[in-house]
Write a protein that binds this ligand. Structure first.
Ligand code: GUN
Length: 297
């Protein structure tokens, strides 16, 4: 058996098209979803991410407001900016790019974001709403993973799901989403005993560990859906830099039923979900006057 590839680039493109179509409809109501992006300092990777976010937002018809601040910006100055954006009517989503420079209290800055404009879904109110099964803004990466899982199967109820990684941004919200979809969920982490055996029980395996090829091929249950969140830069056998996931992809192929590649799997979904969250924040700000938010198909 060779696994079916789950094509994150194609799925993300379709999602961006749905977002663009809904944005065009909203324009008929005079509503243009607005995303404020705050970048502090000169981190090169963050600059690339933020560039992609604003470019894709513009391509989907969203408005974006860029705030680039020096690395010396204080926590108080950042909170003051967030409060200004909270009050700005044409801003529906606020994204503060992480990591913030050392010395800035990131938790305090994120907590200052109006939960209804928290398009990253990092605010405690959104984490709480998700845990309670209420309407919440869900962090973009796990939301993208759920969409990819649903590409592979519509029957999640009763499936055994193992999420490897317990971060607030991926592992924990991923587990909540799978639970909401009636999976039986286990969260594994660096202290989990016999991870290999646990993974072998998984009908759905989500790897979000941040270690290259940490999941071996024979850890995959035959036919399992494997979602690889890892993006690790390694030096390949040819001496060139290479991106690999947390799963040993080649070794997993004969075992898995469906698997996301790296690159081209989960990665492209994150920004597409950010655009969806922003459009949905704009829709919700009108309290039912412009129709229902976009859902996960
Ligand atoms: N840095 C890396 N990924 C992300 C993300 O999804 N959101 C924010 N705010 N910062 C990031």
């Amino acid at each position: 058996m060779t696994a079916t590839l789950i094509d994150g680039r194609a799925v993300a493109e379709r999602l961006r098209e749905r977002v663009a179509a809904r944005t065009a409809e909203l324009a008929q109501h005079g509503l243009i979803p607005g995303l404020a992006v705050v970048l502090v300092g000169e981190d090169p990777a963050s600059q690339v991410y933020v560039g992609s976010k604003t470019k894709q937002a513009a391509a989907a018809g969203l408005r974006h407001f860029d705030h680039r601040l020096p690395a010396t910006t204080s926590t108080a100055e950042l909170i003051a900016l967030v409060e200004k954006l909270n009050a700005q009517a044409d801003v529906h989503g606020i994204l503060v790019q992480l990591p913030l420079p050392a010395g800035v209290d990131s938790a305090a800055v994120l907590a200052a974001i109006d939960p209804d404009k928290d398009v990253d879904g990092f605010h405690a109110v959104n984490a709480g709403r998700l845990a309670l099964g209420q309407e919440a803004t869900v962090p973009c990466t796990p939301l993208g993973c759920l969409i990819l899982i649903r590409e592979a199967t519509r029957e999640l109820a009763g499936k055994r799901a193992v999420v490897v990684g317990r971060s607030n941004i991926v592992g924990k919200p991923m587990a909540q989403l799978l639970l909401q979809n009636d999976c039986t969920v286990t969260i594994a982490h660096s202290r989990t005993r016999d991870l290999a055996q646990l993974c072998r029980e998984a009908d759905i395996l989500v790897a979000a560990i941040g270690r290259p090829k940490a999941i071996a091929g024979d850890w995959i249950r035959p036919g399992a859906i494997v979602i690889d969140v890892g993006i690790n830069r390694i030096v390949g056998p040819d001496g060139k830099n290479k991106l690999v996931g947390d799963v040993d992809f080649e070794a997993a192929l004969p075992h898995a039923g469906a698997i996301t590649p790296v690159p081209g799997g989960v990665g492209p979904m994150t920004i597409a979900c950010l655009l969806m969250n922003t459009v949905n924040a704009a829709i919700r700000s009108k309290a039912g006057a412009v129709g229902a938010p976009l859902g996960v198909k």
